[in-house]
Design a protein around this ligand. Sequence first.
Ligand code: CTP
Ligand code: ZN
Length: 156
Amino acid sequence: MSLDRELKVQKIRDGIVIDHLRAGTALKILEMLGITGKEGFIITVAMNVPSQKLGSKDIIKIEGRYLSPSEVSKIALIAPKATLNVIKDYKVERKERLKLPDEIVGIIRCSNPTCITNHEPQVQSKFVVVSREPLKIKCLYCETVMDQDEIARRLS
Ligand code: CTP
Ligand code: ZN
């Protein structure tokens, strides 16, 4: 491939690169992080770019913004194969392959409207992972099973 046909996305200086995102999930993740683009920091989003590992993937680069542990867990639920790179002074200071825990507590709302977790504010939602590929989780209270798309819709 000639050089002028390659996609070149500028490296960032300090911030995060969320890489190997399931193709088509970048906008959902920005929404979940509450990022609108009006904050003023530099954001680069690439969608459906070719990837050796995944076929195609999305990438998000954010200058000067970092993630809380609960934000990291939510990203793992939307894009279980994502990699989080923390960049300091142009170098990858830390690389974390996101991993789904076996049990997910309090991040997702159960899709069953009659589930106790949707009616008793003091009862935290709790799900177990019943399948990783494709992702399926089961509510420990009402046994409702939710798939990847349903999970993405019900992050709280
Ligand atoms: N990156 C960046 N700015 C930097 C350093 C890295 O935007 N200053 C990006 C790279 O473009 C890449 C990601 O951060 O998308 C991870 O960088 P690196 O670990 O160097 O790349 P790979 O070895 O390809 O990563 P992996 O093994 O996770 O695929
Ligand atoms: Zn339930």
